[in-house]
Design a protein around this ligand. Structure first.
Ligand SMILES: Nc1ncnc2c1ncn2[C@@H]1O[C@H](COP(=O)(O)OP(=O)(O)O)[C@@H](O)[C@H]1O
Ligand SMILES: [Mg+2]
Length: 259
């Protein structure tokens, strides 16, 4: 099962990605969590100890490694490099494991303008498609709002795109954008999780903006989740109530995917 989590900034993508990853791991699945957001913080939400967290170097920042694999010399913008770098050993060598979740932190790509293809970009893109196409494990990707960097082919192979929204117009707008973009690059199904819900009206507001069968469920606003963020704990460990809500969402996802 390959899942990509997306949505507007601050809606709860990382919170949800971490809880879903922990849940699959707890159920006995082998899980790879991919931090594909340049503003990487999935490790903290997964409950990684500070020493491990501090030791994480995103793949894109391993300059020598990137240039090794792509045969590009450092800073060689616009020059020749390999478009098919070797990536199959990366998950094994660079994942950090904790609580049964293996984490891969991708990092930022300085794209220097749209349409740019640089060695880091090629390597990350290839790594993403490798994870999605070749990996037998559960892969949960914590993404930026956009999904275009996955590309056609890879996007088609993701089992579910989940857009996290809040009960407000702005995050729903991002959901609509993702859906349109998803259509363009061959994504089969886009699901929605409503987060930071306070009451039934919030639920109804979100549902009224979705098509039938798109909603996976709701996560209620919970002070425990905020507190876990303040104390560098995993929300999975601190809030039973939220965990139960994520469990129901996971079950709905499995059901809709016939798993
Ligand atoms: N259900 C919730 N209840 C309360 N606070 C939440 C909830 N979900 C997320 N948050 C808080 O909202 C903030 C943003 O969440 P985060 O997961 O980092 O969002 P994103 O990854 O989409 O930017 C964090 O401080 C987080 O603790
Ligand atoms: Mg995030």
């Amino acid at each position: 099962m390959k899942i990509a989590i997306t949505g507007k900034g601050g809606v709860g993508k990382t919170t949800f990605s971490s809880m879903l990853s922990r849940m699959f791991a707890n159920d006995g699945y082998r899980v790879v969590a991919v931090d594909a957001d340049p503003d990487a913080n999935l490790a903290l939400a997964l409950g990684f100890p500070k020493e491990v967290y501090d030791s994480i170097v995103p793949i894109s920042e391993m300059k020598n490694f990137v240039s090794d694999r792509t045969a590009a010399s450092i800073g060689s913008f616009g020059k020749m490099f390999k478009l098919n770098p070797k990536v199959d050993d990366i998950p094994e060598n660079f994942c950090k494991e904790y609580n049964g979740v293996r984490l891969l932190t991708l990092g930022t790509v300085d794209s220097g303008g749209s349409g740019c293809v640089c060695p880091e970009h090629v390597l990350l893109k290839r790594l993403c498609s490798h994870l999605i196409l070749q990996n037998k494990d559960v892969v949960v990707m914590d993404m930026e709002a956009g999904i275009e960097h996955l590309g056609r082919g890879t996007a088609e192979s993701v089992d579910a795109f989940i857009v996290v929204v809040e009960p407000g117009e702005r995050s729903l707008q991002t959901y609509r954008k993702v859906k349109k973009l998803g259509n363009d690059i061959g994504v089969k199904k886009v699901f929605v999780v409503g987060n930071k819900i306070r009451n039934k009206e919030d639920e109804e507001f979100i549902i009224s903006n979705l098509e039938d069968g798109e909603s996976l469920g709701f996560i209620y606003y919970n002070q425990d989740v905020i507190n876990s963020d303040r104390s560098n704990q995993s929300p999975y460990d601190t809030s039973e109530e939220t965990r139960n809500q994520v469990k129901a969402i996971q079950q709905q996802l499995m059901k809709l995917q016939n798993l």
